[in-house]
Design a protein around this ligand. Structure first.
Ligand code: ATP
Length: 288
């Protein structure tokens, strides 16, 4: 039997770091949501007790460093599954981009193998397994829109934002999340996003207020390290996107647009400037 799961990319509408904890992790507060840009994960049972990963993308690890491999190993070990699995990752989400591609692949693998092997694991337990793989994995188990706190694993699901278009552009640099967090001085952040105001804007489906409230404290670090990310942000603003922000630790910058015509203008304007550009819909409860 062969099954397929979609693994969507996430963006942060806000990303705030409250403090650095004694255990070395950062205490975060961030609003995450998903966009219609997704990897496709195919899973096929193998009679031999082994995990094999393949992908058309030449630049991701295919061994135990791959998050989908780690997800498969975790579920196999925990539920004592003796079958093997062949997993093919059709990558569409740019890698090391701040879009949680690896985390979403891991979450999709947990969902898929739960189905393939009829394990009957509930969403909450899948999220707990996901937390062992990475801070963004629990959110990616069901997606939706959530405020994530703690290391990112404590989730409060909220309404979907108003439906809109998202133009994503990734400059040709890879940014290490650990590096960016390492350079952040949590006690010296100049402007924190007003997370409560953005939650309220989403509740009221107030698109203007949502655009005005977008904020990410990691921009300070990434924009100072990579001037091309700042240029990309300025370019998206000039092209008229309604709200513009860097996602996660970057370097992907996204612009949200209420109207498709505006999203098309931003997309076309960016294409000469940047090779990896996508115009997609935000995934909401209505269109997911
Ligand atoms: P996040 O926003 O969660 O920090 P990201 O979008 O910045 O994630 P990923 O695309 O998840 O970054 O990739 C981060 C690193 O993880 C890459 O350097 C890549 O080699 C490795 N990796 C492991 N498994 C995967 C996978 N299935 N897909 C993409 N990258 C993977």
């Amino acid at each position: 039997m062969k099954i397929m799961e979609k693994a969507a990319a996430k963006i942060n509408l806000t990303l705030d770091v409250l403090r650095k904890r004694d255990d070395g992790y950062h205490e975060v507060e961030m609003i995450m949501t998903m966009v219609d840009l997704a990897d496709r994960i195919e899973m096929q049972e193998l009679p031999r007790d082994t995990i094999i990963i393949s992908s058309q993308a030449g630049y991701i690890p295919l061994d135990e460093k791959n998050l989908a491999f780690q997800a498969a190993k975790l579920i196999k070990d925990r539920y004592e599954v003796k079958h093997g699995v062949y997993i093919h990752l059709d990558k569409k989400i740019p890698v090391a981009a701040g879009l949680a591609g690896g985390s979403s692949d891991a979450a999709a693998t947990l969902r898929g193998l739960n189905r393939l092997w009829r394990l009957g694991i509930g969403d909450q337990e899948l999220r707990e397994l996901g937390a062992e793989l990475g801070s963004d994995v629990p959110f990616c188990v069901t997606g939706g829109t959530a405020v994530a706190r703690g290391r990112g694993e404590k989730l409060e699901f909220i309404d979907s934002p108003p439906g809109c278009w998202v133009v994503l552009a990734k400059p040709p640099i890879n940014v290490s999340t650990a590096d960016v967090y390492g350079k952040l001085r949590a006690d010296r952040i100049e402007r924190h996003p007003d997370t409560a105001a953005v939650i309220e804007a989403i509740r009221q489906k107030d698109f203007q207020a949502l655009c005005g409230g977008l904020g990410n404290v990691l921009e300070e670090v990434t924009l100072s390290l990579y001037p091309e990310v700042r240029q990309l942000k300025d370019c998206m603003v000039r092209l008229g996107a309604d709200g513009v922000l860097m996602s996660g630790s970057g370097p992907t910058v996204f612009g949200i647009c209420a109207k498709e015509s505006k999203a098309t203008r931003v997309y076309n304007g960016l294409r000469g400037f940047c090779k990896e550009v996508y115009a997609v819909r935000l995934l909401t409860k209505e269109n997911n």
